[in-house]
Design a protein around this ligand. Structure first.
Ligand code: ADP
Ligand code: MG
Ligand code: MG
Length: 870
């Protein structure tokens, strides 16, 4: 014999597959001794059997249902169809996953022309009895017979109008009687049949309707959209009715055990006096906030509060609870985990941990990236976003959301900002020259470039939201406009940019109210206890460093010294350096540059407060700094006091067909050792001075980029060492420092054992390593990568998720080589791909010491690293 039916007293919360979510939780609450009206559940298996066997209720099922009904009768002292004390039940659907609005509920089942009279005389409340009956007629008509709800509602509206009444609770017993006879008429007219008077027939029809609704079109669509299997089926819960519509000492409501939008402790919800079922959500009257119940019915309020706290502790989660009060007695009708905002989610988890409801491991494992992200950045209000359609999308390069007026150049953006406007910078791509324009913007959009493009990197560093690589966007900078298909963006067009989803909208979108912030510091302490791999920041400006430290960085993993030259006057000095004609001219510029660099480094060390700091020597693809056209050459010539021809010739001379594979990193160090020597001296002097001035001491980590070969590295290291030693000797100082290298060229991975003989540490640069390993340009490849993702050739963008098979294998090789020579070799990774949640497991495998990422990615990275340990 198959078992198709379980009493609430027989099930538990673990049985969601069999009993559905609602049924399993009703059983669990019954087991906990909570005041749940008695009932039973017809299983999801019964539903599937029904659907697979010709949509027929079997005799076996019917027998089991009738047995359960008898048990209900025994417990309640009421009987189905009884003329003295009729049993009324609700028939409630409930599958494993809640599917809102999918399969509906029938209340007050068991009423008919006779039992309604019995209920009336029995309760001495005729109005109540006929209110129940009309509700049954309507719900049964709608859910089981498929009649339109509005047909029924229309009758009530008309009756209220005739009588000059506004609310349902003002209608009298006679009014409801009239509605009942009108409803019955609707059955005859629309269905050519009478409303079934036999309670058992009502029950079977209702069960069949719930079973059948599993396969209705709405349900199927919902499941498809939410990735829910079609093979689960729905359970049916049959439960004794309790009546919130009995009068002024009855009511019904819905509460959350904590505030679902902010996470504050304490009940949050609404209730209605003299109401039943979904009146609260249906908006027939305005419900009262749950706190009013504390005054209206303090005893019931306190009981409800205690039950909610009990449920929270039991489920270790915030609960969404349905309750009904019948003549001052409280009943619980449903509990489930409550939906909440990101901010509430984090606050609630932390509070649960502090209140001892969950363990630290549970806290760590339950924090979700999307909630953390949302807590760190401003977001568009979810409700507002729902009704908006984006006209443009690209790569979600830097999270957050912002609205502003479109401008197409850094200068225009800066001017608009000065006028007090909020600005969205729209560019084909950005370059170091745009840095100030980016800094004043609320958001940056580009049509070209990938996750590691200039715009993406800079925006992330500044915490400005950004969408890059918008393929359909055509930017016409000269005309001050851009187009997307047949839409045009003019200067001043208001755009809303969502850097978390990569979508762009026309017009303003309201932002989510940020009530209070989440205590991130507490989370960082907890994460640090869990993760073995440390997280450092990619940062060089004091602002970035402070942000990084505030967001939990344990040090700086990558300070890009070329980023220190993006500001206007420095850019000019830098151009003077690379356009210099002689060593003497270069040395003169270098002397000036050393002073400003030293100042920069002192700021950095101070901002980092003595935490480990890795400074990378210049790594420019030189073209990033060269004048880009004749006009710029003219400007630069004027500013540097050179002739146009000189500048033009020199610029042309330095131009490379493929600058990314050209004159950068160590190649620069070999050709112009004096540049790296200047930087190293600045680093060392700054470190000595800060150590003298502050309570902490600095042991700088000097990082040489782009190594190909051990001999090359040794050659440059020697030049740097010479400068450092001379400097220390001249100043009669000593200092601990390290000189290491970035590993970002495949060849370096193969000869890592040789390089490790000269280098004190390794740091993988995954952006370049990925570019080189795959032979895909990090700036131009988004189009290709998109194609590959669409065709299913790539599972992920290798610039976003570390490519384990290829890049990862190279890294393994390099680590093995390096540690063979120096088992203590410190190894880090800098690059956004490393911080991606999907890369983390692999990092643990690699045995690296730290990763370094842009400040706003740090919490996410720490969260993921900690999660991997529990
Ligand atoms: P949904 O899943 O759409 O919320 P429910 O089955 O929870 O549907 O029921 C709808 C409404 O009817 C809820 O407000 C619930 O509290 C109420 N309800 C369900 N069963 C009973 C019952 N036995 N007595 C009183 N109210 C009930
Ligand atoms: Mg519903
Ligand atoms: Mg419900």
């Amino acid at each position: 014999m198959n078992r198709w039916v379980y009493l609430f007293s027989e099930g538990s919360k673990e049985q969601k597959d069999l009993l559905g979510g609602k049924g399993a939780n009703l059983a669990e609450m019954t087991k906990l001794g909570l005041p749940v009206p008695t009932g039973f559940t017809v299983t999801t298996e019964a539903c599937l059997y029904y659907l697979n066997h010709g949509d027929q209720l079997t005799d076996e099922l019917k027998t089991q249902v009738m047995t359960a009904i008898e048990q209900l009768s025994a417990k309640t002292g009421k009987k189905f169809g009884d003329l003295k004390n009729p049993l009324l039940v609700s028939v409630r659907s409930g599958s494993k996953f809640s599917m809102p609005g999918m399969m509906d509920t029938v209340l007050n089942l068991g009423l008919n022309d006779q039992t309604v009279a019995a209920l009336a005389s029995n309760s001495q409340n005729e109005r109540f009895a006929y209110d129940c009956y009309r509700r049954l007629l309507q719900m049964f008509g709608n859910v089981v017979m498929g009649l339109d709800n509005s047909t029924f509602e229309g009758r009530i509206t008309a009756l209220k109008k005739v009588n000059g009444l506004s609310f349902d609770n003002e209608l009298t017993a006679d009014h409801w009687k009239q509605i009942v006879s009108e409803y019955k008429e609707l059955y005859r007219k629309n269905l050519q049949r009478e409303f079934p008077q036999d309670p058992i027939e009502q029950l079977y029809l209702a069960i069949e309707a719930v079973f059948g609704s599993w396969n209705n079109a709405r349900a199927k669509t919902y499941r498809r959209l939410h990735g829910i299997s079609d093979d689960l089926g729905t359970a049916v819960n049959i439960q004794e009715m309790v009546f919130g519509n009995f009068g002024e000492t009855s009511g019904t409501g819905v509460v959350f055990s904590r505030n679902p939008s902010l996470g504050d402790p304490g009940l949050f919800g609404e209730y209605l006096i003299n109401a039943q079922g979904e009146d609260v959500v249906a908006g027939v009257r305005t419900p009262k906030p749950i706190q009013v119940l504390a005054e209206d019915m303090p005893e019931q309020f306190n009981q409800l509060k205690a039950i909610c706290e009990n449920l929270e502790t039991h489920y270790q989660d915030m609960q969404d609870v349905e309750f009904t009060i019948e003549r001052e007695k409280l009943f619980i009708l449903q509990t489930r985990s409550g939906k909440r905002t990101s901010k509430a989610a984090l606050t609630i988890l932390l509070d649960f941990f502090k209140e001892g409801i969950i363990s630290e491991d549970t806290l760590v494992s339950r924090i979700e990236g999307k909630d953390l992200e949302a807590a760190l950045h401003p977001n568009f209000a979810e409700t507002a976003l729902k009704n908006r359609v984006s006209f443009l999308s690209g790569l979600a390069a830097s999270p957050g959301a912002a609205t502003g007026a479109a401008y197409f150049s850094a200068d225009a953006a800066t001017e608009a900002k000065a006028r007090g406007e909020r600005v969205v910078l729209v560019r084909e791509e950005t370059s170091p020259e745009d840095i100030e324009g980016i800094a004043v913007s609320e958001a940056v959009i580009t049509s070209r470039g990938g996750m590691t493009s200039h715009a993406a990197v800079v925006a992330r560093g500044m915490g400005i939201c950004s969408v890059v690589g918008c393929e359909r966007l055509i930017v016409m900078e000269e005309e001050n406009q851009a187009t997307v298909a047949d839409e045009t963006i003019e200067e001043g067009t208001i755009l809303s940019v969502d850097g978390s989803s990569g979508k762009v909208y026309f017009g303003e979108i309201p932002m989510e109210e940020v009530g209070h912030t989440v205590a991130l510091d507490e989370l960082h302490t907890i994460w640090d206890r869990h993760a073995d791999i440390k997280v450092r920041a990619n940062a060089e400006t004091p602002n970035d460093i402070e942000t990084g430290m505030a967001l939990g960085a344990v040090g700086i993993g990558l300070a890009r010294t070329e980023h220190m030259f993006f500001e206007k006057t420095r850019l000019l000095q830098f151009r003077r350096l690379i356009l210099a004609d002689s060593l003497a001219e270069r040395l003169a510029v270098l002397k000036e540059l050393k002073t400003v660099q030293k100042q920069d480094f002192k700021y950095m060390y101070e901002a980092a407060g003595g935490k480990p700091t890795t400074i990378r020597l210049l790594d420019p693809p030189l073209h990033e700094f060269l004048p880009r056209n004749a006009e710029e050459c003219r400007e630069v010539a004027k500013e540097l006091g050179k002739t146009f021809n000189e500048v033009k010739r020199k610029t042309d001379n330095l131009a490379e067909v493929n600058p990314m594979l050209g004159f950068r990193g160590l190649r620069l160090g070999v050709a112009y050792p004096e540049i790296y020597q200047m930087q190293a001296e600045a680093i060392i002097e700054a470190a000595c001075e800060v150590t003298e001035e502050q309570e902490f001491s600095i042991q700088p980590e000097i990082m040489i980029p782009f190594t190909i070969d051990a001999g090359e590295f040794a050659h440059v290291r020697q030049a740097i060492e010479e400068a450092i030693q001379n400097n220390l000797r001249d100043n009669q100082r000593t200092l601990d420092y390290q000189i290491g290298t970035m590993i970002e060229i495949p060849r370096a991975c193969f000869v890592a054992d040789q390089i490790a003989q000269h280098a004190d540490f390794f740091s993988f640069g995954t952006n370049d390593l990925t570019q080189m390993a795959l032979g895909l340009s990090r700036d131009d490849s988004p189009r290709i990568v998109t194609q590959y993702l669409e065709a299913g050739i790539f599972e992920d963008d290798p610039f976003q998720v570390l490519d384990k098979a290829g890049v990862g294998a190279l890294m393994k090789l390099a680590i093995e080589g390096g540690r063979k020579v120096n088992p203590q070799l410190k190894i880090g990774i800098c690059g956004e791909a490393a911080a991606h949640p999907k890369s983390i497991d692999f990092l643990n495998e690699l045995g690296i010491d730290y990763i370094s990422c842009s400040p706003f990615r740090i919490p996410q990275a720490k969260m993921t690293l900690a999660k991997a340990t529990v």
